[in-house]
Structures are given as C-alpha cells and as structure tokens.
Design a protein around this ligand. Structure first.
Ligand code: BTN
Length: 241
C-alpha cells in the first residue's frame, strides 16, 4: 500500500481529503503523521497526541462496491483491525461502540471515519485512526486514556505496530471487497465493551439500566431495556460510565 509519511500536518484526515481526487481508485493508500496540529476527534472534539509518540494515520479506500446502507462495515473492519493489532502485541482491547477502542476502561485508540456517498454507494472512505503507542502522560484525560506502553510498561517500535495494523486493515478490506464481512459479526459482538452487562445509559432524556446485546447490520446498538431489545442510532444513546 502506498504510504505518505509526514512529519507534521493539521490532520491526516484533512490531508488525505486533498489527495482523493487525484488518487487511483483501485488502490488503498494511507497518510501517516508524527504530529497533528489540529487533530480531529469525533463530533467537535479534537485529538491530541505528543509528537512522535503514537500512530496517527488515515487510510483511504474507494469501496464503490459497498452500499451506503452497509457503511457500518467500514467501522467494524477498522475496529477489528485495531483490536487485532493490539492482540498481536498481547494487549486485550475492546470496542466501545461505535468508535472507541479501550483497554480496561481507558481509551487506547480513537477512530474517525468520513465517508463520501455517491448515489447508493460509498465512493470513498477516509478512515482516521489514532492509536496511543508510547505516550505515557495524557493531560487532557488524566485518568481516561492509556497507551500500549502504559498497558505493558514497555515502549514499542511504531513502525512495527504500523506494519501490523496495515496488514490487518488490508486483509479485512479484501474480505469486504469479496463480500465476506458478514463473517465478522460474531467477532465484533464478542469484543464489544460491556456486552451482556447491566450498565447505566442515557438517551438524553433519562438515565436507565440497559444490557448491550450486540449491533444491527446498520450499526445501531442493540440494548435490552426492561426485557425488550431496542436499536439505538449513534446519537440516541450513550454509556454513562
Ligand atoms: C475520537 O475518538 O474522537 C476519534 C479520534 C480520531 C483521531 C485520528 S488521528 C488520525 C486521524 N486524523 C485526525 O485528525 N483524526 C484521526
């Protein structure tokens, strides 16, 4: 896969976007940076990362074969790749739906996917991944963040982690291209943070106890509440803890 390696950029997702029009649509490519001056997170959040410590990358693909209604599979592909890469390094990571990767209760990686839709298909996808590798202090999240290094008390060679992560992503993208992503469902469900546990949720109006039972093919979270399983879209529900 073509890699564009930068010392510094505002955001690898933003940089990747500028390359989409001139890129060959047959191939994947990725933009990697040592530092982002305006790293972007979910919603209006930003993503901070010490220079040269972590992995900051955006994978770009052109999955014109994928229906827009199936775009959650890009999130599943990415989350399973990050979890798989962490597993290869003996760090057990879980997926906090929809886009956070946790070790224990702390955030190890974040995912920001920006899709372009043309008609009923996904014309391009910019898959931004921030994986904390060697950073050990997180001023913005004094207790909420972690890194591979904090989990294992040893530094990692970022190149080795990157190679492994890209290997997982490429292999899963090939599965997706060949329509084999339905096979990921169980693996994804099993790695969901909080699966089958009673936890406090909020839907904006109230706080209630619910049990995560899985996700729908469209990417809604299936939560059992008062004995009935309901599907919640992204902004309709949030774990309180
Ligand atoms: C989140 O959890 O809020 C998502 C964080 C995504 C961060 C990555 S770092 C590489 C890519 N470029 C960005 O500007 N953001 C994503």
């Amino acid at each position: 896969m073509k890699r564009i390696q930068l010392d510094s950029t505002a955001s690898t997702n933003a940089h990747a976007r500028t390359l989409i029009k001139t890129a060959s649509q047959d191939e994947l490519f990725c933009v990697i940076a040592d530092y982002q001056s305006s790293g972007r997170g979910q919603g209006s959040h930003s993503w901070h990362s010490e220079p040269g410590k972590n992995l900051l990358l955006s994978l770009v693909c052109f999955p014109a074969f994928l229906s827009a209604s199936d775009q959650f599979s890009l999130s599943v592909m990415t989350a399973l790749s990050v979890v798989g890469c962490c597993g290869d390094l003996e760090v057990e990571a879980r997926i906090k739906w929809p886009n956070d990767i946790l070790a224990g209760n702390r955030k190890l990686a974040g995912i920001l996917i920006e899709n372009g839709i043309m008609g009923t298909k996904v014309s391009h996808s910019i898959i931004g991944i921030g994986l904390n590798v060697n950073q050990v202090r997180f001023p913005e999240f004094p207790t909420g963040a972690t890194s591979l290094c904090l989990e294992q008390s040893r530094e990692r060679d970022r190149e080795v982690v990157l190679d492994d992560l890209l290997r997982h992503l490429e292999s899963r993208y090939n599965d997706l291209r060949q329509g084999r992503h339905a096979l990921w469902e169980e693996a994804y469900r099993e790695r969901l943070h909080g699966l089958d546990q009673t936890l406090p949720f909020t839907d904006g109006a109230e706080v209630f106890d619910g049990i995560i039972r899985g996700t729908s093919p469209q990417g809604e979270l299936l939560v059992e509440r008062d004995g009935r399983v309901r599907a919640y879209a992204r902004h309709q529900i949030r774990l309180k803890s």
